[in-house]
Design a protein around this ligand. Structure first.
Ligand code: NDP
Length: 329
């Protein structure tokens, strides 16, 4: 069983006296910085290139410096730039400017797990990784519910890494909901498995159902509204989180419940299991990371091609037509 930390386990005084540099003021950076400031962490600087994020951070009242200067000033550095650009920026602008005993805090395990970032031995390396999109990090702080995180201490040069990790988790508002102790590898593997195994399966189910119903002569409006445009599945997912994957079923009609339960066991899960295992092997062996690095090195050509195909496949084109038809105009 994972250890789970709540507000009573975190002490913000471990971080209030420190200078925190947020490197990257995007989805996560902005929300995490605003939450911590509202929790009483006053000395926050933003490290950014001169772009929209720089302007936004300025407007929000934070001092904004170059990434190198923010790193020089920091006791605690949050790496909140996209994972694929972080290794080069870390090597050139962050690590050379860090004093011994500084803390590196990640929101994703990717670069540590696959060795693209290898922090110096005199640094603390921790992770407070929200299980929540950036906007939700801020909204759930403001409404008081908080958001779950994964929390990790990977390298403890100062002997205080865990106190600091829990202090940060509390300041961000995540120990209200629970900070679950994992390892960098666990965070990375589970995150990638959701993205590469679970969601492609779900998207394929939607896509195949769309193709079949179209062949059977149903209208695009009816099919897509039934499948997901109504947002009924979004409500169901919320109920699954609140009540349970199966225990939300009583909110459906009896016919629906019987249909779902009686067919659940009829699905041939062997090919699903095989697909899951193949992705698991590619993720844990590093084969996916190598593949993605090659795509990045090729100026994202294959990534752009895949997006182009997906955004112009039959279901995407149908969505555009249906949304126009259902716009009420
Ligand atoms: P964003 O895509 O929002 O980018 C963050 C910041 O990085 C922006 O300020 C962006 O500036 C800047 N940036 C982008 N490219 C460069 C570059 N080449 N040089 C310097 N700065 C750059 O990132 P996220 O906030 O989504 O992700 C940050 C971290 O959080 C990642 O490790 C991610 O895995 C993790 N995470 C993200 C979640 C999410 O829901 N988004 C959830 C949980 C974890 P600009 O765009 O203005 O150029």
């Amino acid at each position: 069983m994972s250890k789970i930390y709540y507000d009573k386990d975190g002490d913000i005084s471990f971080v209030t006296g420190k200078t925190i540099a947020i490197i990257g003021y995007g989805n996560q950076g902005r929300s995490q910085a605003l939450n911590m400031r509202d929790s009483g962490v006053k000395d926050i600087v933003i490290g950014s290139v001169r772009d929209e994020s720089w302007t936004q951070a300025n407007e929000d009242g934070f001092p904004v410096l170059s990434i190198a200067d923010a790193s020089k000033r920091a006791d605690i550095v949050f790496i909140l730039i996209p994972d694929e650009v972080a290794p080069a920026i870390y090597e050139q602008e962050i690590e050379p400017n860090l004093k011994a005993g500084s803390v590196l805090n990640f929101s994703s395990g990717y670069n540590i797990t696959y060795g693209y970032i290898k922090p110096r031995a005199d640094l603390d390396v921790i992770m407070v990784a929200p299980r929540m999109i950036g906007q939700g990090v801020r909204e759930t702080y403001e409404n008081g519910t908080g958001f779950p995180t994964f929390v990790v201490v990977q390298q403890d040069a100062t002997g205080q890494a865990k106190d600091i990790a829990l202090g940060l988790a509390k300041a961000m508002g995540s120990t209200r909901a629970g900070a679950i102790e994992v390892t960098f590898n666990e965070e990375t593997y589970l995150d990638l498995m959701s993205e590469q195994a679970v969601w492609p399966l779900i998207m394929n189910v939607m896509n195949e159902a769309f193709k079949l119903f179209t062949e059977k002569g149903f209208s695009e409006e009816a099919i897509l509204t039934e499948l997901y445009l109504s947002k009924e599945p979004a409500v169901m997912l919320e109920k699954m989180a609140d009540v349970g994957l199966f225990k939300q079923l009583p909110m459906h009609s009896r016919t629906s419940q019987y249909g779902q339960l009686s067919r659940f066991g009829k699905v041939n899960t062997a090919p699903i299991r095989k697909f899951l295992e193949e992705q698991y092997d590619a993720i844990t062996s590093g084969a996916f990371a190598e593949e993605w690095s090659a795509v990045l090195a090729d100026d994202l050509k294959e990534y752009e091609e895949l997006k182009e195909q997906a955004f112009h496949n039959a279901i995407s084109l149908a969505e555009a037509r249906v949304k126009a038809n259902l716009s009420g105009k």
